[in-house]
Write a protein that binds this ligand. Structure first.
Ligand code: ADP
Ligand code: MG
Length: 229
């Protein structure tokens, strides 16, 4: 269980408050632009430190840990693949940070590239792939990582609807249903409705405790109602 215990994060004059728990499974983060969604993910990943409160994973206080020491893998919209490495090497970083892959690990990389629809493209550099293919390669790296908390910040926003649905299906089936805690910012409430177990609404600097997706959409709070329209 991921707990944000009375957390306050400051970014310039902006403040985000969160006092909530996130259960394993797929949690969609939605809310108006500028409300604090990315700040929430940054505080969990450790890119922003909490001014007050604690971030706790399974009883372990993460507050003073560097991003690399946290049980977290994060995917941004711009995907941050290394341009000088091949796709297979970029994906393999999830298994071997020094790029020395065993035969078994290389086979795992090939298999996950096939799963995301990139069979045989492991030898290419990112520049030789389309934007959509880069998104899939970045997702493949998260799929192979064994970190239990996965943060996706509008990672599929640039993809068309069909490809986005494919990626969300992989996230649900291969991450959330395997017991990982997946927290996914999306600007499309329909993605949340179709794929998420829970919805975490963020607006005006407050991250609200997650609700079951059905309950959130069937009986939205006034603030959520005005966002959903
Ligand atoms: P969201 O992801 O929901 O669109 P963000 O978490 O990115 O929102 O931003 C929350 C607020 O923080 C924004 O309203 C913005 O004004 C402020 N903000 C974002 N980045 C910075 C920054 N580098 N310096 C100061 N304020 C910032
Ligand atoms: Mg954002």
């Amino acid at each position: 269980m991921l707990t944000l215990d009375d957390v306050t994060v400051s970014k310039g004059t902006f403040q985000l408050r969160a006092n909530l728990q996130v259960a394993p499974g797929l949690t969609a983060v939605i809310g108006p632009s500028g409300g604090g969604k990315s700040t929430l993910l940054a505080s969990i990943a450790g890119f922003e430190s909490a001014v007050t409160g604690r971030v706790i994973w399974d009883g372990d206080d993460l507050s003073c840990k560097e991003p690399g020491q946290r049980p977290v893998t994060m995917l941004f919209q711009d995907h941050n693949l290394f341009p000088h490495l091949t796709i297979a090497q970029n994906v393999g970083l999830a298994l071997a940070p020094r790029l020395k892959l065993s035969v078994k690990q290389s086979a795992q990389v090939d298999a996950v590239l096939t799963d995301v629809g990139l069979p045989g493209l492991g030898g290419r550099k990112p520049a030789a792939l389309s934007g959509g293919q880069i998104g899939r390669a970045a997702l493949a790296r998260c799929l192979l990582s064994d970190r239990p908390v996965v943060l996706l910040d509008e990672a599929f926003a640039a993809l068309g609807p069909a490809l986005r649905a494919e990626m969300l299906t992989l996230v649900r089936d291969r991450m959330a249903q395997q017991g990982r805690t997946v927290i996914m910012v999306t600007h499309d409430p329909n993605d949340a409705r179709s794929f998420a177990d829970q919805v975490l609404f963020v607006a005006e600097g407050v991250a609200h405790p997650p609700q079951k997706a059905a309950a959130f959409f069937d009986d939205p709070s006034p603030a959520a109602q005005s966002y959903l329209g």
